[in-house]
Design a binder for this molecule. Sequence first.
Ligand SMILES: CCCCCCCC/C=C\CCCCCCCC(=O)SCCNC(=O)CCNC(=O)[C@H](O)C(C)(C)COP(=O)(O)OP(=O)(O)OC[C@H]1O[C@@H](n2cnc3c(N)ncnc32)[C@H](O)[C@@H]1OP(=O)(O)O
Length: 188
Amino acid sequence: MSVDERERLVEATRALTYAVAVTDLPDEDLAAVSEAVDSLSRALRKQTRKRCVTESVTAVVESRPVVLDRYNPAMIPLEVRFPEDGTAAATVTLNAVHQGPTDSVHGGVSGLLMDNILGILVQSKGLLCVTGTLSLRYRALTPLDRPLELRAEIVDHSGRRVTVTGWIECGGVRTVEATGVFIEVPSR
Ligand SMILES: CCCCCCCC/C=C\CCCCCCCC(=O)SCCNC(=O)CCNC(=O)[C@H](O)C(C)(C)COP(=O)(O)OP(=O)(O)OC[C@H]1O[C@@H](n2cnc3c(N)ncnc32)[C@H](O)[C@@H]1OP(=O)(O)O
């Protein structure tokens, strides 16, 4: 499968996930749909790989911008920009698939987004790191269906520890603040 075809399949699958999450069809109409979806799964499983297609470390260091989780339909694709000031930035809109409290983003999903943008900023500097600690402060509910602005900046690098802060804003309101301590690991 060419990469473009894979991306098209992943996008279609995300659209399916959204449709499943919000469909209000009566139960009697769902059986046929389930049958069709099962049949698609069987078709795809005829040939599988062990792990998802992911971005290589080299691509993360060299390409600008980079799209995280482009090929994993269960994850949130994040196009990360790297402005001249050395930060990382991304814009994303979430929907009912990532719902937590009514009309708001699930807190764990906000944590995932923060881990990803803080982590990718560190990787983009050529520092191979894993997350050691991620702390989150939820200042306000993060809305669904509205563009969210994500940002990350490195505030300290001492020894193997890289400290990064970041946040999520919506309409100028900061809803989440994060601090991550990333630990450099030997290349594998
Ligand atoms: C393999 C690399 C992968 C790279 C992938 C690249 C692809 C790029 C594509 C896309 C990127 C997108 C971005 C992704 C973002 C998501 C990232 C994640 O979700 S990572 C998964 C969650 N994290 C874990 O599973 C860690 C599990 N923990 C460990 O592996 C170890 O505990 C580790 C490496 C963190 C530390 O273990 P030790 O044995 O190597 O080192 P010790 O001696 O314990 O510590 C070294 C120094 O770090 C400090 N340290 C250790 N843990 C700390 C912590 N949690 N907080 C603060 N400092 C800590 C220590 O105090 C020490 O400092 P002193 O050198 O003495 O000054």
